[in-house]
Design a protein around this ligand. Sequence first.
Ligand SMILES: NC(=O)c1ccc[n+]([C@@H]2O[C@H](COP(=O)([O-])OP(=O)(O)OC[C@H]3O[C@@H](n4cnc5c(N)ncnc54)[C@H](O)[C@@H]3O)[C@@H](O)[C@H]2O)c1
Ligand SMILES: [Zn+2]
Ligand SMILES: [Zn+2]
Length: 390
Amino acid sequence: MKAAVYEGPRTVAVKDVPDAKIEHPCDILVKITSTNICGSDLHMYEGRTSFEPGRVMGHENLGRVVEVGSAVRKVQVGEYVVLPFNIACGFCKDCERGLTNFCLTMRPERSKGGAAYGYADMGPYQGGQAELLRVPYGDFNALRLGEDAVERQLDYVMLSDIFPTGYHATEMAGVKPGDQTLVMGAGPIGLMAAYSAILRGAGRVWVADRHRDRLRVAEEIGAIPIDINKEDPVEVVKEATFGLGADNGCECVGYQAHDAEGHEDASLALNVLIDAIRFGGQIGVVGVFLPRDPGGAEAQGELAARGKIPIDFGLLWSKGHRLGTGQAPVKRYNRALRDLIAGGKAEPGFVVTQELKLDEAPMAYEHFDARDDGWIKVVLHPNGTSETRR
Ligand SMILES: NC(=O)c1ccc[n+]([C@@H]2O[C@H](COP(=O)([O-])OP(=O)(O)OC[C@H]3O[C@@H](n4cnc5c(N)ncnc54)[C@H](O)[C@@H]3O)[C@@H](O)[C@H]2O)c1
Ligand SMILES: [Zn+2]
Ligand SMILES: [Zn+2]
């Protein structure tokens, strides 16, 4: 089968690799029809992780089931399914508690929780930027889609990661009807957090970034854009809230946050939130931070490369903020969000700016990594586009 393979920093090649296949009676095999490139893929693409050359990328996957293992009972051949990026067993202590993001059995190293497709330091699983994907524990991990799956793939494929992750940010931030919410970052995750805050009834949502194309999309969904090249989000928010600050905030940037000159400082967006959120407020951090950033010493220094980041903890403490962090447990939200899409109440596919063939992945990675104008969310169709148009 063809797949997008990581070959080293800033090199992805589309190559022939051995076909994915059923390896365990609980596996299902999915012919991938839509698979997204994610901001998280860029951490690997840029050589900023321990991702091994030769691995297949892609953790945001949707497709049609073509084979099921002998122990699979629910999922059937021919059905369309969307797969959470977390791979989980369903029977360990963490899965039982709903923490599929920290599943204890899907990793060879028992001390480490949480697995994903085609991802650094999250187990040996291949990604779905390929013609076929092996899905462990298919009955538990696959979310089945209805008859509108084919024509609404651009909406449903966002259930694999960014829609539930954006929603998780608002859940950790405790966004309630009428709230004022500041979202840092207008990438796909920030846009989904803003969209989720609006779905939850927030009264006012600001989104801060420096890319005008992304801010324009934020404005189109009803958020207030803050261009950080021109305005300080802390001032904008305080000015609009009698100096008190927003009720809550979402960090959707992560450890590669940077200033206008491109200088990286992992704490930039988080410190803006600590300053801009009112006393007693909540902050949901879904932007990725790593305990080790192998390529990061040059960009941010030795301490940051070991995950030690200068956040304004004194201010955070004195304001009594609550901070939520971590990978999103996609399964906690994806069924409900699917039903919002099916019921015509949510259309997260609005973020898609490019639909491309798998062969175009190397070019797409280049543009997306450069945050080129108009490259917000890329969907690859490894098995052609004929089945997938709206
Ligand atoms: N927790 C999870 O489960 C989960 C899942 C998916 C992605 N993520 C992470 O979420 C983060 C965002 O993902 P994405 O796909 O939107 O990535 P992205 O890189 O496309 O978007 C990040 C945005 O942040 C902006 N930015 C950079 N510095 C900033 C600053 N100082 N202030 C404001 N904005 C700034 C960038 O301009 C960019 O538009 C990444 O760290 C990604 O790895 C987490
Ligand atoms: Zn992702
Ligand atoms: Zn588990």
